[in-house]
Design a protein around this ligand. Structure first.
Ligand SMILES: [Zn+2]
Length: 249
């Protein structure tokens, strides 16, 4: 996932601060990854070992060894096509900026230099997730602690949750109560007024769904939703579910 909203609040704050500093210094940074699931980390770990490619990490997913699984690390690259990872000076310059605001930079790892990586040292003594593992056991407990403590920036109204659940579009209301997506509540309000109980459209894929949602007057900026899709699990399923029931006149 690449959205900053998936990070621990302190890590998110630093990442935002870093983005501002980069802007001031004309360094075109792109944050490429924030939180990783265990499955995603296992997949990365397999790379160069049991699947093709170069080894990219020494952290196993199953044992929660990656700081990314705990939401306290993020990766970045140069936001210029074709030059994403080729400019070492760029990474060094950003590494210095990040260190100045209290981040640990992956370029300083002793055993496995990782130029596009930052992490929050506060929770990772000796760059290890052991302390978090001892205290919380699994990332989900740690993540729950800070997500529940923060009010959602973009909460979904109870009425919309209930309506979507009644239509069979949202199967896990608890999951959707926890997501934080700008304009999603507005989208659902529109969807409620334009959705039929019966499935009326055959939708082939999420692009088709977005097209139907535009035609049905549920959304007006498909590009915005296309971007958000990368960050929010099951949003594709939700949008397809809505699109199938939208009455297009
Ligand atoms: Zn990383």
């Amino acid at each position: 996932m690449r959205g900053l909203q998936h990070l621990h609040p302190e890590a998110r704050e630093r990442a935002e601060e870093l983005q501002l500093l980069c802007k001031k210094n004309n360094l075109p940074i792109l944050i490429t990854e924030t939180l990783r699931t265990t499955a995603e980390q296992n997949e990365l770990y397999a790379k160069g070992r049991t699947t093709p490619g170069k080894i990219v990490t020494h952290a196993k997913g199953d044992t929660y060894q990656s700081a990314h699984q705990w939401g306290v690390a993020f990766d970045f690259c140069k936001n210029i096509k074709g030059q994403e990872y080729s400019d070492t000076a760029f990474f060094k310059a950003i590494g210095a900026l990040g260190k100045a605001i209290g981040l640990f930079w992956g370029g300083d790892f002793k055993s496995f230099v990782d130029l596009p990586h930052f992490e929050l040292p506060k929770y990772l003594p000796n760059n290890s997730t052991s302390q978090l593992k001892n205290k919380y056991g699994t990332p989900s407990k740690f993540i729950a602690e800070w997500t529940l403590a923060q009010p959602a920036l973009y909460p979904i109204s109870q009425a919309n949750l209930a309506a979507m659940s009644a239509l069979g579009i949202m199967t896990s209301v608890d999951y959707w109560r926890g997501v934080n997506v700008q304009y999603l509540d507005e989208l659902l309000t529109k969807a409620c007024s334009k959705c039929d109980r019966s499935v009326s459209n055959d939708i082939i894929g999420v692009d088709h769904a977005l097209e139907v949602l535009v035609r049905g007057g549920v959304i007006s900026s498909p590009d915005y939703w296309r971007r958000v899709l990368n960050d929010v699990k099951y949003l594709d399923v939700l949008l397809v579910g809505i699109a199938r029931r939208v009455v297009v006149r």
